[in-house]
Design a binder for this molecule. Sequence first.
Ligand SMILES: [Zn+2]
Ligand SMILES: [Zn+2]
Length: 356
Amino acid sequence: MEELVLNLHIHSTYSDGTATHKQIAQAGLNAGVDVLFVTDHNVLVSGVDAYYNRGDQKLLMLAGEEIHDKTREPQKNHLLAFGHTRELCTYAEEPQNLINQVRQNGGLSFLAHPFEDALEMANEVDISWVDWGVRNFNGLEIWNHLSELKTVSSNWFELLFYIFVPQAIAHHPPRATLQKWDELLIRGEKMVAVGGSDSHALKMQKGPLKRTVFPYEFHFRCINNHLIVPNRLSGDLLTDRKMILDALRCGHSFVGYDLPAATRGFRFYAQGNDNQAEMGDEIFLENSITFQIRLPEAATCRLICNGAVLKTWQDQEICMYTTKEAGVYRVECDIDYLGKKRSWIFSNPIYVRQKN
Ligand SMILES: [Zn+2]
Ligand SMILES: [Zn+2]
């Protein structure tokens, strides 16, 4: 199996971002990611799906979309859509209808920044998801890099500090989002977690202070999705696009905060008597299941079952655990960075089902 690094939730000049697709692709090459999903507000930009090559590096840029009801005040219910083939923002008024339309068009939908804080001093409302009766979406954006700026800034001093020291922003996803993810998983749903940049690279000016909040390249070095796929990028657009969407649909992926330390190489497997599963898969319980977790370097690792921590390992690279219980199992890792313990890795779940 291969591992592709995907950065998603990116805005270009087609909506409120500040760079063209070509400039964004160059930033992606600088950061060393493999795939970018650009998701402009309410526009599925056509003609920008393309490869960008530099030396032996190959980057695939794909267009997705962030869809929402523009007329709604205050703004709520932002939906990330990937893989659909036509503009669907006309359905945004009714979130369930929109989700159904994305699915019928062969696309995947993820609730963007489902819980976020307002940033009142800057007149920024919280754009949380509020319509929790919806079904049949593929997952949640559990960690949104830009959104965390709203959480960590409680005054102008803090806001300016994080704008000038952006590497200090990411601490952990909102607790409410993780709780909601577990709640949906316990309900029996398959729910894929993704991490998003929400990059715009906005230009800020306050008095004499000028700054880009935050450069695309910086975002692409931070919260990424690591897809476990059968092949490297082949250079055939339709094949590669399908492979990437399949990995996202199945949750064959983990969310990695790559700035403190590269998360490439993290793995989470389940081994039964004569069956095995990777992240995103179901496995049926025969007698017992043994989980194997491999961290790229020694760190704190938690195995979580149905929302509750089952076991914590400190300073470990390889962790093993055997269970005889069905349930939804997932892994979180933390790492020390800039004087704080911060979230580092979130696996997608392995679903251990009881055999009837
Ligand atoms: Zn949004
Ligand atoms: Zn956005």
